[in-house]
Design a protein around this ligand. Structure first.
Ligand SMILES: Cc1cc2nc3c(=O)[nH]c(=O)nc-3n(C[C@H](O)[C@H](O)[C@H](O)COP(=O)(O)OP(=O)(O)OC[C@H]3O[C@@H](n4cnc5c(N)ncnc54)[C@H](O)[C@@H]3O)c2cc1C
Length: 385
């Protein structure tokens, strides 16, 4: 067994969330080590960040997510501008499709976005048909269009955060954390399956779907987050050309279908069409058909396009979709439960969590995620939170 010197913070899990937290800590001269397991059961086809669709959209049921996404969208575009397209941000926009009964809710979201200098507009079925004739529209449709939103390459974002962490003197180590316990002098001793010991003043657990089990077995904390399987169907761009407006991503809150148009590939997904507990690392034929049938309602010309493959990952999911960002013990934090939507807010979640760790004061936006709050069970306005 080897023991490394004392670092300020150990981050367990270096998906897009843990990498963002570690990057934000290290750039403030806080010595940080991030652990990322290379065990197949924890990584590769199972990692949410490595298989994410990467939609960036500001419209949400809850205003805090709009605020977090707008700041994160700006951060991602800044990374692209300074690192030569490292996250490959598409800027053809994002459309949230709903119907007239949600007109008031959509106008409220547009007002919030505009108050934050983020462009957004309401389009009716006639305008939508003129702008995007590839999509099938119904007379009752409306859409909230965000021209500055779109999608990113989540693996690229994760890599950019890790490169920055290392460039500023931090470390990413490919080891699986098996335990952590407080030492007599107050710091934490983190142990790994390589039988190494690391000493850290603070520990942040950002181990995605493994967080619940890790905290239960090491510290007897019970977290209300469950591993949930998610997946998308891939269509090569050469086959989707003409079938989907170039670069546009959309969510259809009526059918549950969505499409993410990346430069080389289009991802198709649909709410509730993937078995959440299956262990398969690809989508079954039945799951692929269910997704494609749902999206074909909007994109009929994609009907004949062959499936190029599927992407499947497991994300920690909470019953109300809100992440778990908590201080569990002195100098022990958890940041997990992103419920299928963590990529779009990762920069800002990383910045605010780092701020909490460094100052000891919970940032106001993160306080809204406190699970004791009364509004936790408020009925969401949209199906896609
Ligand atoms: C198919 C799919 C589509 C998605 N689409 C979108 C989208 O369009 N927009 C969006 O915003 N979000 C989307 N998401 C969700 C988003 O990708 C996740 O919310 C986000 O990636 C979660 O990141 P994370 O860092 O919390 O978890 P993870 O990516 O799971 O990272 C956790 C890391 O912890 C490591 N780890 C676990 N246990 C240990 C241990 N004991 N020791 C060391 N390391 C450990 C793992 O190796 C892993 O790398 C999608 C997800 C999937 C699967």
């Amino acid at each position: 067994m080897t023991a490394a010197g004392l670092v300020d913070v150990a981050v367990v899990g270096a998906g897009v969330i843990g990498s963002s937290i570690a990057h934000h800590l290290q750039i403030q001269q806080t010595t940080t080590i991030a652990f990322d397991s290379i065990e197949p059961a924890r990584r590769a086809h199972h990692s949410a960040s490595a298989n994410s669709g990467g939609i960036i959209r500001a419209v949400h049921s809850r205003p805090e997510e709009t605020m977090l996404t707008i700041a994160s969208s700006r951060a991602y575009r800044h990374i692209d501008a300074t690192l030569g397209g490292a996250v490959s941000y598409t800027e053809a926009g994002f459309a949230f499709i709903t119907d007239h009964s949600h007109r008031r809710a959509v106008l409220d979201r547009i007002a919030l976005m505009r108050s934050l200098d983020y462009p957004a507009e309401l389009l009716d079925a006639m305008q939508l048909g003129r702008r995007w004739p590839e999509i099938s529209w119904r007379t009752n449709d409306i859409a909230l269009f965000e021209p500055a939103s779109g999608s990113i390459d989540v693996s690229g974002a994760l890599t950019a955060f890790q490169h920055s962490l290392i460039a500023h003197g931090g470390e990413v180590t490919p080891e699986t954390v098996t335990g952590f316990a407080p030492a007599a002098d107050g710091h934490w001793v983190v142990t790994t399956d390589d039988e190494n010991e690391y000493h850290a003043t603070t520990v942040v657990i950002a181990a995605g779907p493994h967080t619940t089990e890790l905290l239960r077995t090491t510290r007897h904390h019970e977290l209300p987050a469950t591993p949930t399987r998610l997946g998308v169907v891939e269509i090569a761009s050469e086959h989707s050309r003409g079938g989907i407006p170039h670069g546009l991503s959309f969510i259809d809150d009526i059918t549950g279908g969505y499409a993410i148009s990346r430069p080389e590939i289009t991802y198709l997904g649909a709410n509730g069409r993937v078995s959440p507990t299956d262990s398969q690392s690809t989508l079954t034929d039945g799951e692929q058909d269910a997704i494609r049938d749902t999206v074909n309602i909007r994109l009929p010309a994609l009907h004949a396009a062959p499936t190029a493959g599927t992407r499947v990952g497991t994300d920690a999911t909470t019953s109300d979709g809100r992440p778990l960002i908590e201080q569990l013990e002195p100098n022990l934090f958890v940041c997990s439960g992103f419920s299928g939507g963590g990529a779009k807010i990762a920069p800002e979640i990383g910045r605010l969590t780092a701020q909490w760790v460094l100052t000891g004061a919970r940032p106001e936006l993160l306080s809204r995620y406190a699970h004791s709050q009364d509004d936790a069970h408020a009925t969401p306005v949209f199906s896609y939170l």
